[in-house]
Design a protein around this ligand. Structure first.
Ligand code: F6R
Length: 241
């Protein structure tokens, strides 16, 4: 595990973007695993800037996202499809047909999980998987539980996750209670993982996840078993490491 300790969110976003940019340059048709949330927003901004400056070409890049809320359509401002369009896809030359997210409006979410697994299977191994870290140790929306869920599945979001996500909605009641997420095995299959952590509120869980017991009670702890993890964080989030 390599740890990049950066001064602040801006520096962390630069470093993370440099890592993704290197991946795209080395392998122009790479498969990127993408995350939403606050942690990668700055990184996506830097990537968009690199594209504007003519330093990056996304025309052959393919992407799969970790998760999507059940019930939110692509046009909903809080859907992850919308987030990706706003923060990255509409700013670079990635082909929309090369971008993949679970469909939150599928009439049968369980069937949608199987469809998403088939897409993951067809696309092959993710070259670089971007992850954020939930305060409860979740990655994607793999919430703490008794087992590491292997494949794409529907999750009931925990209260702490709903609470954390409420900042993006007008009220707590509007936050979806369920999501579709890639499973832990799919995440672990990536050749390389880029974990982004920012802010003091993550410091405790960063230490627990990366140095504590490996247990499905702290889903991110499984990353200790991955051979190629880069953690890029600001000083506050990494202060106990
Ligand atoms: C988002 C995702 C989540 C977030 C996590 C951290 O696609 O999969 O696991 O990465 O909840 O969120 P932020 O970055 O907002 O603290």
């Amino acid at each position: 595990m390599r740890i990049y300790r950066e001064k602040n969110y801006e520096a962390m976003s630069q470093t993370a973007a440099n890592i993704v940019a290197a991946q795209v340059k080395v392998k122009p048709d790479c498969l990127l695993g993408l995350a939403t949330g606050s942690s990668p927003v700055g990184m996506y901004g830097v990537l968009a800037e690199k594209f504007r400056r003519g330093e990056l070409d996304f025309s052959k890049v393919r992407s799969v996202n970790l998760d999507e809320y059940v019930g939110l359509a692509a046009w909903h401002p809080q859907s992850y499809r919308y987030f990706m369009r706003e923060n990255l896809f509409s700013h670079v030359n990635i082909e929309p047909s090369n971008t993949h997210l679970p469909d939150g409006t599928a009439t049968d979410p369980e069937e949608e999980c199987r469809r998403y697994d088939r897409i993951l299977e067809e696309l092959g191994r993710v070259d670089l998987q971007v992850l954020g870290l939930g305060h409860n140790g979740h990655i994607g929306f793999n919430e703490p539980g008794d087992i590491f869920e292997k494949s794409t599945h529907v999750v009931n979001l925990q209260d702490s996750t709903i609470q954390a996500n409420a900042r993006f909605f007008d009220s707590f009641d509007q936050v979806p209670r369920r999501a579709i997420t890639m499973g832990i095995a799919s995440i672990m299959r990536a050749r390389c993982i880029l974990l982004l952590v920012s802010g003091e509120s993550k410091a405790e869980i960063v230490k627990t996840a990366l140095t504590g017991d490996i247990t499905p009670r702290v889903p991110a702890s499984v990353l200790q078993l991955h051979p190629n993890v880069m953690v890029v964080g600001d000083e506050e989030a990494l202060k106990y490491l």
